[in-house]
Design a protein around this ligand. Structure first.
Ligand SMILES: [Fe+2]
Length: 155
């Protein structure tokens, strides 16, 4: 089996792998869920929310790529397969079908709020393991918190 050599010690690598894999799954989940809501949202404020959701999709997709590539750079194989994302207990689920705008606002306030919490745990987890990974997680958390705020104030 081909492997990418890690610059990290075993113990540090374990913490970094757990944090980055969890982050990757969360970001892919949020990207897919935001796209689903982008398509299905209904209501008087359809247009700005439709666009706001696509801003979330763009930012989390970009961050998911950074997280996966950071993992590889650390000798960790990222797992972004749909089956892995589906099996992970990540952000709250979105119901199927058309979605009322108020439901979308409360659900995304929840999804982004919980994601921020988990990212903050990952920031703590990487504190002693790898500061460069931690810095990436901090940057992503700041963006998630910004979007969390932008949904929260609408509810
Ligand atoms: Fe679109």
């Amino acid at each position: 089996m081909t492997t990418v050599k890690s610059p990290l010690a075993d113990d540090a690598r374990k913490h970094v792998a757990k944090a980055l894999q969890g982050a990757l799954v969360d970001l892919i989940d949020v990207a897919l869920t935001a796209k689903q809501a982008h398509w299905n949202i209904t209501g008087r404020h359809f247009r700005p929310l439709h666009e706001q959701l696509d801003e979330v999709v763009d930012i989390v997709r970009e961050h998911s790529d950074s997280v996966a590539e950071r993992a590889v750079a650390m000798g960790i194989s990222p797992d972004g397969r749909p089956s892995t994302v589906a099996e992970s207990t990540g952000p709250p689920r979105l119901e199927s079908g058309f979605l009322d705008q108020d439901k979308v606002i409360t659900t995304f306030t929840d999804i982004l709020g919980q994601s921020v919490q988990r990212f903050r745990e990952r920031i703590a987890e990487t504190e002693n393991a790898d500061l460069v990974t931690q810095s990436l997680l901090i940057e992503i958390t700041a963006d998630l918190e910004k979007h969390h705020w932008m949904f929260r104030v609408q509810s």
